[in-house]
Design a protein around this ligand. Sequence first.
Ligand SMILES: [Ca+2]
Ligand SMILES: [Ca+2]
Ligand SMILES: [Ca+2]
Length: 551
Amino acid sequence: MPKTLKTGLLFLASCLLLAGGLPTLVSAAYHHMGESDSPKFQKTYPGATGTKLDACTLCHSGGTDTIKGKKTTFGSCQWCHYRYGYDGKGDKSATLNPYGREYRDAGRNTAALRSIESRDSDGDGYSNIDEIRSVRYPGDAKDDPSKTVAPFRIFTREQLRSMPQHSQFLLMNASKDGDYYAEYSGVIMEHLLARAGASPSATKITVYSPDGYSQGHPMEADNSGDPHVKGSYPAAPFYYAVEADKAKTSYGWCDYSSPGVAGRKNGDFIATLNGLRLLLALRVDDRDLVPGTLGVGNRLARNSEGPYRVIAPQKIVSPPDQPSNNPDRGTIWPYDFNLDHNAGTSTKCATIIKVEPLPAGTTDIDIMEAGWGYIDQGKLIIYGNLEGPRLVSPENRDVDVARQPTVFSWEKSPGVDAKDIVSYRLDYTSEDPSRARWKSVVVPVKPTNGARSALPGAGMAFFGICGLVAMARGKRTRRIASFLMAGALVTAVLASFGGAEGPYANDTKSLGRHSVSVTLEADTAYWWRVTDLDKNGGSTTSEIASFRTGK
Ligand SMILES: [Ca+2]
Ligand SMILES: [Ca+2]
Ligand SMILES: [Ca+2]
């Protein structure tokens, strides 16, 4: 079952693309074996097939429950399984959202879908059909067509590995499970957020694991039990007792097998270059973290914590205390509820980091559903309060702006590497921007040295060589040959066009500044914004600025 469930949960968010001009989290649909409602939805709305609507979340909601004192948020699939179990004996209807309930009550068939189109099941002011057309959930009032997907960046393993790595040897103190010392290494969270362009106005992050656990981290240290992002944590002594050592006593509760333990004695100060930090760990004790898999009961399989784990050092140092479920194992370091059990606040299989607060008018990405796909791809998504491109000119509220043409210019968003941006999209409108139909100009970023001319050249060579080979093989293939030679000719023409100034965003490289020219109407108020697209499919958007053209 665990493997089946995991495979089932792999369904979503395997790719991101620009759809309808807005970044939309798109998913390969997951459906239960023998499940009969999804085909009805696909038949009725073929355009929605494969979108985030083509999944359990259309009709089922996620949920939150407190398990052993810890708030746990479930995605729709896990919530269903949690509520009615794997045997299907529980009350599945309790997991339906308002749209799912109306669909069921209307007869649970294609006619039922049509019959509830004009209703506003979730009461957010938008009819079900308007939401479906906009790829917004008709059963979730927090998602509606006025909202855009929050800015996000995606990081690959290669990118994370290429960032400066930080190592720290520390105690991982658990409440219930055994404790251990280990050396974790990876990227300091504060540095990673800077690379994502996190806004200075960000107050906290929430880290999500696809098994439903989430952990908040305030940006600045505070009095909560939540580990903070910025700054370091107190240095700790090394605690050792034979009695606690799993290798030495039958009841030991601390694993001292890490190579980093060698040469340390109880009470020794543990020195850490650059201090103990909130870390996104990639490795432990010089090996990659074991990627997570979903085990029985919606829990992560034991010993799987990767590919990335947030490592929170203790805010208040303590020895490894005995397990809460067996508190009288030894005579030293008894279990103490009030100690900092940092293993519990160190999120395993961290795949998604939300930077809060979300910018106005944006909606969450499909957090819970996306997770397992990212685990498998070794990707990390950071979304929310990220800064987009910085608008330079026309200056906000400028008047008498030249219009034949108007030169729009902007700088790349902070954090992101200029070379990682593949294109920008300029949107402008003379209508009320909150309800406007934006006009858009997509401006690819000019590839650096040679990459651009290599493509038509390769095309010419490919078509040309294939054509010559086909010709040499005789009469029957002559038509194919002439087609291929025509292909070579077309690519040659394309290549010659490529030599002229194309619609690339000019990059005055040192500034990461780009510009594009558009001819506008006279004496008219305009609003504009710029959205970037990076090579991993991530995207952020600038603020909206306004100006007025001259007569
Ligand atoms: Ca609605
Ligand atoms: Ca809605
Ligand atoms: Ca402990």
